[in-house]
Design a protein around this ligand. Sequence first.
Ligand code: NDP
Length: 499
Amino acid sequence: MITSMKPYRDALGLVNGQLLVDGAWSDSQSGETWTHLHPATGEDVAQFAVAGADDVDRAVRAARKAFDEGPWPRSRAKDRIKVLRRTADLVREHGDELLRLQALDNSVPLTFSTTYAMSMECVADIFDHHAGWIDKLGGETLPGFQGGDHMVLTLREPIGVVAAIVAWNAPLLLAAQKLAPALAAGCTVVLKPSELATFAVLRLVRLLEEAGLPEGVLNVVTGPGNPTGDALINHPMVDKISFTGSRETGRRVLAAANAGFKRVSLELGGKSPAIVFADADVYTAGAVTMGTVALGVSGQACIAQTRAIVHRDVYEEFLMVAMGMTSMINYGDPFDEETTASPLISAKQVERVLNYVDLGHQEGARLVCGGAKPDGPGNFVLPTIFADVNNDMRVAREEIFGPILCVVPFSDEEEAIRLANDTEYGLGATVYTNDVKRAMRMARGIRAGTIGVNGYQLEPHAPFGGYGQSGMGREGGRTAIEAYTEVKTVLIPTTDELM
Ligand code: NDP
């Protein structure tokens, strides 16, 4: 039963949100604000400043100055490590508060956000992991290739001013995946959280300040894609855009990056398959797959395994297990320990998901369960399963971002690989089988950034990202921090001979 979010807000002492520019928190120059409506109750939670183009300009100039003249890009590895490690400690210390603020933002239930991949332990580990790279970011020493006697060195240098833009579904995690490597590399940042999930990110930023980040190194502009995000990606003083969000906005980001010759990393959507062979533990496969679609964020996750490709011999058994999982779905107050799934982020998203239910009917898929909005307040949609889905149907091809699982049958391994790869996306996939050789063949054959075998887990130190239209670049691991650097070649003669 959901009553009101206001007692939680008051207990957390949440006040209206401001912009952070050059170490100073302030309202926007226009005074314009955004009122955050809670997705489970529709109540006003609080307001925050909407940064216009002039605010964004101030923030980018502050980041530029901190990069060109400030201590951070030039600091000793030891000092940067200290700030990131202190941030990790503060995130652990304030973990409960951060998750509660996030629940006020996007209504992700605490029962889910305390599981490792969504937890503040994971966010803290992301800062610790990248802190560990700071003193290992070396270049190469190469022999001279022709003529003269000289040494060839390569240096890794911070890329410059980073515009970091994140989605609302896991705001703290997504912000950490950008801030930790960018700051570790010595960049300065202008961060834009989603207008739908701002407050938890603002608290994380305060913790970074408390950890000792110099003024101007991290600036925050709050507000929607237009005007705030748009002004940020098009600002000429930005060197790199690091974006997590939808493919549609990703296209705009790519266009802005192209126009300004900016470096770019994109973490976009997915239509990730779970491939279930007849020799698999079908109970685990059905429970985990439906869990990613209906529990927690209600399918509003880039890595949700929303396309189950299931061997015909275990097809009906899989459907039974997946359907059984729906009894575990409890909607409501995200702070309540009985609540296991979030509402959809907005009424508009409910409409979009229900349109896909209509489309599934029209395309001839078999509705096994769900497909409707339950009675009562809040942006909820019942967990939905479509069976007998053909991979050509739009419900099997498009990212729906809601609790809808499409189940496609297959007959042999070759067909399974063909179906798995028959998508414009390529973020992740899970293979369920007890045959390790087959698992390896599938891992090689599927074109996706991460392949799970008999399960799927985010690892802060492992590269994460997409093939195809799921994105460009990787977050996590050495690849992530290197993506915030430029390589410079230095040629040093060792004799007086001309090079
Ligand atoms: P959007 O693309 O709508 O928004 C993402 C961010 O971009 C938000 O901060 C948004 O601002 C901002 N934005 C919107 N328009 C512009 C613009 N013109 N210029 C600059 N910035 C803009 O995605 P959602 O927030 O709805 O997130 C859901 C999507 O994110 C899904 O496709 C999901 O798969 C993907 N995602 C991918 C992940 C990955 O790691 N691959 C992880 C999580 C989500 P605002 O919202 O304030 O308007």
